[in-house]
Design a binder for this molecule. Structure first.
Ligand SMILES: *Cc1c(COP(=O)(O)O)cnc(C)c1O
Length: 457
């Protein structure tokens, strides 16, 4: 018989996790004001809050930690990291930063001015924040198909070339660069095709513009190109990554995702003028150029993480696990954003808790129910996260109301995926009995989801 699929690693060190009783969880949830960010991690059995900085490093990465050179200037660990990035991306200039948003802060300080317009595909929150805080505009040019949660297309993260062309025709004088997020996190970890990157390049060239890749999950994007796009099946992940970056001018990177480290990031570019410009902001914001917010040991671990995670087997193990969880939800008939992306499942809460009015936040209610059911922590990506309209101060109910279940890299086994799916099924089976949600008793003006206090109705 055909051998079943299995992980491309074995386990060398374990971290015990604790189950709890429903009574305990009810108490803890109440003490946390029904906000899952306010729980202590020991109160969580399986943590699906985020895939950012939550991955497990390999034995090679831990060994590299011991080789960290903590010299203030000229650290050999910086050069190891730089050479790895040069090889994987083809970009010559590298600036390390403490995480992805810091890379954005440093690069955008040089490039984005008041009145700038930065077109892209569903800019990530921090990316948008670093554009808008400079009185500039993040112009979303994602394909319309990304909004339909049930539509199955292979590259649902793509930029719409027509929207991009229109944006440049109208605003090219104010466009400092185009930014393409791979994979498209906000649209559900959906990939961008090589063909689409080529189209973006052609439009950028027509208007003499440069392209930045927001590359937090570039390796997962390369995996999807290999497995879904014609002509790439026989190419290695490293060849595909190099081709993706050859179509861009620079990148910002949150190494907490596809670098499989717990903290870190960087900027890389082929243009000396961008490097010289960004350098001036790295020193005051992040630190000297050969550490820029990272320890030597962390740069060593990142160099190894980037190399390992651009190997097919590691990525196949990861994506297979996310797909395994999605397959269980299919079996149970639980609706989520399709097809499943690279790092998370986005359950469509408005299609599950149909009796909970939107004013009572169905996705947050589902997140609470799932936690109470089995100690599984997900994250609301919905009406609470959407904040209020800055002008009318009304809640924004226009977008999707989703429960995101992130899968940490190399952390949980498929048995944990079975627990997550079964817990969600139990909630799903009694969905019609869940008729009330939550109300807000206290909220911050911006980014309220982290600290909001809720009351269960
Ligand atoms: C996480 C992320 C960022 C920001 O990176 P941090 O390391 O969290 O600061 C930027 N863009 C994308 C697409 C991300 O997923």
């Amino acid at each position: 018989m055909e051998l079943p699929f299995a992980e491309s690693w074995r386990i060398k060190m374990v971290e015990p996790i604790k189950k709890s009783t429903r009574e305990e969880r009810e108490q803890w949830m109440k003490e946390a004001n029904y906000n899952l960010f306010q729980l202590r991690s020991e109160q969580v059995y399986i943590d699906c809050l985020t895939d950012s900085g939550t991955g497990a490093m390999s034995d090679r990465q831990w060994a590299a930690v011991m080789m960290g050179d903590e010299s203030y200037a000229g650290s050999s660990s910086f050069f190891h990291l730089k050479e790895t990035i040069n090889k994987i991306t083809g970009f010559e200039y590298v600036i390390p930063t403490h995480q992805g948003r810091a890379a954005e802060n440093v690069l955008f300080s040089h490039l984005v001015k008041a009145g700038s317009i930065v077109p892209g595909n569903s800019h990530f929150d921090t990316t948008k924040g670093h554009i808008e805080s400079r009185k500039a505009t993040a112009l979303d040019c994602t394909i319309d198909e990304a909004k339909d949660t049930q539509l199955e297309i292979p590259f649902k993260g793509n930029v719409d070339p027509k929207k991009l062309e229109k944006a440049l025709a109208e605003h090219h004088e104010n466009v400092p660069f185009i930014i393409v997020t791979i994979t498209n996190n906000t649209a559900g970890g959906q990939p961008v095709s090589m063909q689409n990157l080529r189209e973006v390049r052609a439009i950028a060239d027509k208007y003499g513009k440069r392209v930045v890749l927001d590359s937090a999950r570039f390796a997962e994007n390369a995996y999807f190109i290999k497995t879904r796009e014609e002509g790439y099946a026989d190419k290695t992940i490293k060849e595909i990554a190099l081709e993706m970056f050859s179509l861009a001018d620079g990148m910002t990177m949150s190494a907490k995702k596809d670098g499989i480290v717990n903290m870190g990031g960087f900027i890389a570019t082929r243009h000396e003028d961008w490097y010289e410009g960004a350098k001036r902001f790295c020193i005051p914001f992040e630190g000297y150029l050969t550490y820029g917010g990272m320890n030597g040991r962390d740069m060593e671990a990142l160099a190894v993480g980037l190399d390992e995670n651009t190997e097919f087997d590691n990525l196949e193990t990861r994506i297979h696990q996310v797909e395994f969880l999605a397959g269980l939800l299919d079996e149970y008939g639980i609706p989520y954003q399709r097809p499943v992306g690279g790092h998370a499942i986005f359950v469509d809460a408005s299609k599950v808790l149909t009796k909970v009015p939107k004013e009572e936040f169905p996705a947050q209610t589902l997140a609470i129910e799932l936690y109470l059911e089995a100690g599984v922590r997900g994250c609301e990506i919905g009406y609470i996260l959407a904040d209020r309209d800055p002008v009318t101060r009304e809640n924004r109910f226009g977008g999707l109301d989703l429960l995101r279940l992130c899968v940490a890299r190399r952390v949980y086994t498929d048995n944990h995926m079975k627990v997550i799916a079964a817990a969600l099924k139990n909630v799903f089976d009694r969905r019609d009995e869940i008729t009330r949600g939550v109300e807000i008793v206290w909220e911050a003006e911006l980014m309220r989801h982290f600290t909001v206090k809720l009351n269960k109705l």
